[in-house]
Write a protein that binds this ligand. Structure first.
Ligand SMILES: [Zn+2]
Length: 369
């Protein structure tokens, strides 16, 4: 029998050892791994997000009994958000580099490293053109990042070109964001079920999780459980729809983009909160670092490309205030009646200057459904 304490770090994950290879994400014993996941979500249910969430949910609706099964997959699945196409990204990047090259040729700006990096990017782009419509050499986005840094340095020695350089940097940020969202690989997924006694299926892409953990230098189990928490929140959210008999609205198509902003904002915040203020994850190594990485990600990708970035309006390191908690629940409630209105509330906060004040002073009643 697997005891829930198996989830704790000091126990050394006795069941992980023969269950999954943390280096490659290869699953050796799916049944045991499924049991570990089931124990984990019961733990979340008992101590969900914070006592606050459990109480809040309990007061309004019966706390949902979540009945999910787990699938583990070593596949790489790209996200299906509305990322710009590779063609669009490449053509924007080309246009931008042409403008910079012209400025270099005419002597408006002087910068040797710029010449070099532009040549390198052009070379890689022509090699990449023949590849598939979606993939490109990942080192290309590193070069784009490098170009961005050189443009910044360039401001120091090219005083007069300042405004132009910052304009280019802004455009380059969008190109870079587009590249990253096009290249993003899914770590987990929740599929809802209409069956009476079932919530749905959670898929964990274990190889993708192992790679993501490696790239972030964070232990496998931390990324694994944080992905699980994210997907668990989707299940919880859906089960609340189901309990109110409105499960058809969960995957409403007409407001797809807005719906995903709301779903992912709440799930991403829930995941972040668990890492930052953690209950289960408080016992996992590097959870705080993972929380920082999540936030850096949201900060560097626009909400329209990356619906998770909406969590920035909720996540606040300094001020874990009741108002923000209220906002989380308000958005949750709004999601039951109107995805579009809830997304508008998130976006209007998102586009407020990020002073922190904007979050607190929001007149929540304006968004009453
Ligand atoms: Zn999600």
């Amino acid at each position: 029998m697997i005891h829930k304490r198996a989830l704790k770090m000091e126990e050394g994950y006795p069941f992980f050892e023969n269950t999954i290879d943390p280096g490659s994400g290869q699953v050796c014993n799916a049944d045991v791994l499924e049991s570990i996941c089931q124990i984990a979500i019961r733990e979340f249910a008992g101590d969900a997000l914070s006592k606050e969430l459990a109480n809040y949910v309990n007061n309004k609706w019966d706390y949902p009994y979540i009945n999910v099964n787990f699938r583990f997959s070593d596949k790489y699945v790209r996200n299906t958000f509305k990322a710009p196409t590779k063609r669009q990204i490449f053509s924007n990047l080309n246009r931008l580099m042409e403008e910079i090259s012209d400025a270099l040729k005419s002597g408006d700006i002087m910068c040797e490293p710029l010449d070099e990096i532009i040549d390198r990017i052009r070379g890689k782009m022509s090699e990449n053109d023949s590849r598939s419509e979606k993939t490109f050499d990942p080192s290309l986005s590193d070069d784009v990042k490098r170009l961005r840094e050189i443009l910044s340095d360039c401001e120091v020695c090219n005083d007069a070109a300042g405004p132009r350089l910052s304009y280019w940097k802004g455009r380059l940020d969008r190109v870079y964001g587009g590249m990253r969202s096009l290249a993003a690989i899914r770590l987990g997924e929740f599929r809802s079920s209409k069956a009476k006694r079932k919530t749905g299926t959670i898929t964990l892409y274990t190889t993708a999780i192992a790679n993501s953990a490696k790239a972030q230098a964070i232990p496998f189990e931390t990324v694994f459980f944080s992905t699980l928490i994210h997907e668990y929140f989707h299940a919880l959210h859906y089960q609340l729809f189901k309990q109110q008999g409105i499960e058809d609205r969960w995957s409403e198509k007409w407001c797809d983009g807005e719906r995903r902003i709301v779903q992912e904002t709440l799930a991403a915040f829930y995941e972040w909160y668990s890492c930052e203020y953690g209950f289960l994850l408080a016992e996992h190594p590097n959870a705080h670092e993972l929380a920082s990485h999540l936030m850096e990600n949201w900060e560097s990708l626009d909400i329209d490309l990356w619906p998770y970035s909406g969590a920035l309006v909720l996540a606040d390191r300094v001020n874990n205030s009741p108002t923000l908690g209220k906002l989380f629940f308000r958005l949750l409630e709004m999601s039951f009646t109107n995805w579009s209105l809830a997304a508008k509330a998130i976006k209007s906060l998102y586009y407020m200057p990020l002073t922190g004040l904007g979050k607190v002073e929001l007149d929540l009643d304006r968004y009453k459904p």
